[in-house]
Design a protein around this ligand. Sequence first.
Ligand code: DGL
Length: 259
Amino acid sequence: MKIGFFDSGIGGLTVLNEALEIIPNEDYIYYADVLHVPYGTKPKEEVRDYVFEAVEFLSKKDMKALVIACNTATSIAVDDLRHKFDFPIIGMEPAVKPAVEKNSNINKRVLVFATDLTLKEEKFKKLISKVDNDNIVDFLPLGGLVQFAESYVFDEEVITKYLIKELSSLDLNLYSTVVLGCTHFPIYKNIFRKVLPSQIAIIDGNLGTIKNLKATLEKNNLLNGGDSHITFYHSGKLVRDDKIIHKYNDILALLNSTV
Ligand code: DGL
């Protein structure tokens, strides 16, 4: 049986990449909802329908666990998905808790980047009110990065210009940690590293998610079933085009070279 990974587009590859590293003896399904990406700028009811449609499809694919490798989809649908489906579902949320813990004694602030929809959602507000007791968390939507990634724009100059413009209203010296709260963003981690002052640590929830996945598989006696083979789907259709598969493999290779 396989482990499913689901995202609106290529962002979930940043999470899958971590899984390939930590639990390589598995076969994977990667499902990108390319017909409906981006999710982060759409109404939540619409996104919820897309997510359910995708998971319904995946549920028929001999899957032993599913990672919703998308913060936006998780915040909209994970609780309802867990009610409907009986395989383990691992969701993602911006890594605000570890960021706040890291910063509690040093009098610096935490800055969370995510999609518009993630930041507007009740789940994010609840997370903030639970962990941000000292009011040190600020946030900023960076949906433009999703658009760039989905158009395969990886040019350093273009992305740097975008980031500098988006961050221009902030005093970055106030911060010691940035949270990448959208799975598309680690694609640009090297560029974030150059744009942000060096005292700022950049964290994401990918490793935590995969540790959670591994523990869940272990608990259910489901570990070790394959050899890192990945089957790709695009919005309910098997990807057969070698060029697309190559592109995905190129992105996975690129991710291995990020800081
Ligand atoms: N990769 C997604 C996330 O983690 C969503 C991007 C989008 O479709 O807007 O939030």
